[in-house]
Design a protein around this ligand. Structure first.
Ligand code: GLV
Ligand code: MN
Ligand code: MN
Length: 475
């Protein structure tokens, strides 16, 4: 009898432990799926497939030739020649491009306003204007020698989505708002998503900007004022969004990766955005004459930087996951003469992962390496600064459902996916339910002049965006 009871107990234990064993086996960090990461789909679906009372699906048509012309025209506001685009925050070209967008917003009948740092808003009042609005938008700044679609598709595409809805006779219940975010790219002041971080209420950033300067020692406020912003105030807390300003935020963007094009899928529905971080490191050595100072007597700050760059690659690879990435995109040597041993070096490191802890472990190892390298080479680690160390963001399930329903109704193939690039949506998710739509781009190219998205794919993206906005506006 005892042994039968024991057998039963064993069977019972085995039954309950099998899923546990499977779960443990599935926890290989290298094969963590999008579903593990984002937690979708594990919810009761909301029905967004309702017919829109004042929108005829057949009347949803995008003026793609005009959209393409606008993209081409905007790309001419650039500090480098075509096909590359370089448009840096608050420069003359940035101001001209902003004027171009404000003009288009006006032509679409939107009421336009700007905040103290130059986030631009174009609003279409709904018939219940006191309800929180539904927002959409992206950025138009472009890193040096990049392309013309990153961000731009989500701004010009958003204005066209409004035009689509207006042409179809749709009347929004909640107001619809197009947002142009200031400086999604960190090029000038070293901080990414400057406008959306502030909209999300980052007091730390508002404070830090008071002492922030660019590479030419121009202060943030001097630059902002030269572009007509931050008038006579250093307090930019007016930019913070009031709680509940938006009931939903949706950003349309090129994928910046190869998946949609390779799989022949029209629409990517983003469920989560990977966690980005950036670091600044400075080494200081004695410098000296490239001929006269013999090798054993050197404290070469340049070699310390080079060694750290290799250490970044090593620590990223050690994570064992394909999802961990690290880049040394800036490495500067002082005085920058061929016959002078570098006395100072400056390294900027970008590292990201869908797993925040794993990314943080990499940052810790980079810090340890910087300390070890400095002591081994007899140089000083004069700065190790974490500029930003952001958590990942999850899309909102209602926004996901609205985007999925819109794609289905338009008969467009779609798939749920992760964004490995960061976007203003990462910060909008802190103050609003958020979702993102991706469209395919040529070979996944981005942040280089070869970046390209077809008019057809942009048209699909704008259609899905328009329908999604319409659904969310009536919700
Ligand atoms: C955005 O431009 C990014 O670097 O992900
Ligand atoms: Mn970019
Ligand atoms: Mn972008």
């Amino acid at each position: 009898m005892m042994s039968l009871r024991f057998l039963l107990l064993l069977l019972l234990l085995f039954q309950f432990s099998v899923p546990g064993i499977l779960a443990i086996n599935n926890e290989d960090p290298t094969t963590k799926t999008m579903e593990d990461f984002s937690g979708y789909p594990i919810h009761e679906p909301t029905d967004y497939s309702f017919a829109l009372p004042n929108l005829l699906l057949s009347s949803v048509s995008v003026d793609t030739p005009t959209l393409q012309n606008q993209i081409d025209e905007l790309s001419t506001f650039s500090d480098t020649s075509s096909p590359s685009v370089t448009r840096i925050l608050y420069t003359e070209k940035d101001v001209l491009a902003r004027r171009y967008i404000k003009n288009l917003m006006g032509l679409s009948g939107l009421s336009v306003r700007e905040d103290a740092v130059g986030n631009i808003f174009g609003r279409w009042d709904g018939y219940e204007p006191d309800l929180s609005a539904v927002a959409t938008g992206s950025h138009i700044d472009a890193i040096p020698y990049s392309g013309k679609y990153d961000g731009v598709v989500g701004v010009l595409g958003a204005i066209e989505a409004i035009n689509v809805l207006k042409r179809s006779g749709f009347k929004p219940k909640r107001s619809l708002e197009v947002v142009l975010f200031t400086s999604e790219e960190p090029t000038r002041f070293g901080i990414s998503c400057l406008g959306s971080r502030l909209l999300a209420g980052s007091e730390a950033l508002a404070e830090a900007l008071k002492t922030t300067v660019d590479g030419q020692n121009i202060s943030f406020f001097e630059a902002a004022r030269s572009a007509g912003y931050a008038k006579d105030q250093d307090d930019i807390s007016s930019v913070f969004l009031r709680e509940g300003s938006y009931s939903a935020f949706v950003e349309l963007h090129i994928e910046q990766g190869p998946i949609l094009e390779a799989e022949g899928i029209s629409i990517g529905i983003v469920t989560a955005i990977a966690a980005p971080a950036s670091l600044k490191v400075d080494f200081e050595g004695n410098g000296g004459h490239a001929g006269a100072v013999l090798m054993p007597n050197r404290n070469d700050a340049g070699l310390a930087a080079a060694e750290l760059a290799l250490a970044v690659e090593k620590h990223v690879l050690e994570s064992g996951s394909i999802d961990t990435v690290g880049t040394v995109g800036i490495l500067e040597l002082h005085p920058g003469a061929i016959n002078s041993i570098p006395s100072k070096s400056h390294v900027e490191i970008d590292t990201r992962d869908i797993d925040e802890k794993r990314r943080n472990d990499v940052i810790e190892k980079i810090h340890q390496s910087a300390t070890t390298i400095a002591s081994k080479r007899g140089v000083r680690l004069s700065e190790f600064k974490i500029i930003n160390q952001d958590p990942p963001a999850l899309s909102d399930k209602k926004v996901i459902e609205a985007m999925e329903a819109a794609s289905k109704e338009l008969n467009l193939t779609h798939k749920l996916m992760i964004s490995r690039a960061y976007h203003d949506s990462l910060f909008m998710a802190r103050v609003s339910p958020m979702g993102m739509l991706f469209i395919p781009c040529y070979k996944g190219y981005s942040h280089k002049p070869e970046e390209y998205a077809s008019s057809h794919d942009m048209g699909n993206g704008v259609k899905v965006l328009a329908l999604t906005l319409a659904k969310l506006s009536l919700n």
